[in-house]
Design a protein around this ligand. Sequence first.
Ligand SMILES: NC(=O)c1ccc[n+]([C@@H]2O[C@H](COP(=O)([O-])OP(=O)(O)OC[C@H]3O[C@@H](n4cnc5c(N)ncnc54)[C@H](OP(=O)(O)O)[C@@H]3O)[C@@H](O)[C@H]2O)c1
Length: 258
Amino acid sequence: MSKTALITGASKGIGKELAYIFAMKGHNLVLVARSADELGRIKVEIEETYAVSVINVVADLSDAAAAQALYNEVKEKVGDIDYLVNNAGFGDYGAFVDADWDCYERMIALNVTTLTHLTHLYVKDWKGRKAGKILNVSSTAAFQPGPMMAVYFATKSFVLHLSEAVGEELKKDNITVTALCPGPTSTHFGEVSKMSASQLVKNVQIADAKEVAELGYRAMMKGKPVVIHGTMNRLAPVAIRFLPRKWVTRLSAKIMMQ
Ligand SMILES: NC(=O)c1ccc[n+]([C@@H]2O[C@H](COP(=O)([O-])OP(=O)(O)OC[C@H]3O[C@@H](n4cnc5c(N)ncnc54)[C@H](OP(=O)(O)O)[C@@H]3O)[C@@H](O)[C@H]2O)c1
């Protein structure tokens, strides 16, 4: 019997690539984002190419009540799902003191509250049936503080730690939680987060979104707790463990402020 994956932030970037991978593997899809037109085009293309069904839900997940509303709508239209991909997220480059509170409020609601609430709603469903897989998109930003993107880095750290802790708790219930940690990746993220113009992304290798999505998909299916994309990205968190925390923050500031 074919399974169903719910993917947030599926209209662009890593989430869109994940949608095509799940479809290619024969899974039905529930795709969520704000852009109805882009979701519409993806639905048509996927249903023409693969023998799966796609249901689109147009929703702004930076609303604190969004997760419950999405869960209710999916229950009504689709019933149970088998895979949850919490991918939607955004960042904002700039000094903490200069940003509008509204921006941080939306970022925390999307990157943290909705992700946590959806995770909670679905693991409650899955505990009894002893099956279910979650892929939470974190970032290499999760491994250290990030001056100039302080709130974004903190949200991704939250996602990493939440995923590892909940995954450990639910091992006995055959539910897996995987945190995917990409480094800079070619998507709309750079533009949305105003990072495109910063030196930071000009000096590093930018990964391909499809490659990152494939890595995330494989790790999720194997039930790995954490997967980091890129060799250098995998080395950095190991090196950081041997440095005093204040050095790590200063080093991060140097890189971020370039
Ligand atoms: N690209 C990178 O360098 C990078 C590195 C590490 C981690 N990440 C993480 O990867 C994830 C995916 O980002 P991406 O790089 O693929 O960026 P992207 O191309 O900007 O895609 C973001 C996706 O999230 C959706 N989204 C944004 N705000 C939303 C909202 N309020 N409600 C519902 N959907 C919303 C967008 O769709 P709509 O605009 O249509 O709503 C889009 O589908 C994010 O969690 C990001 O933090 C990215």
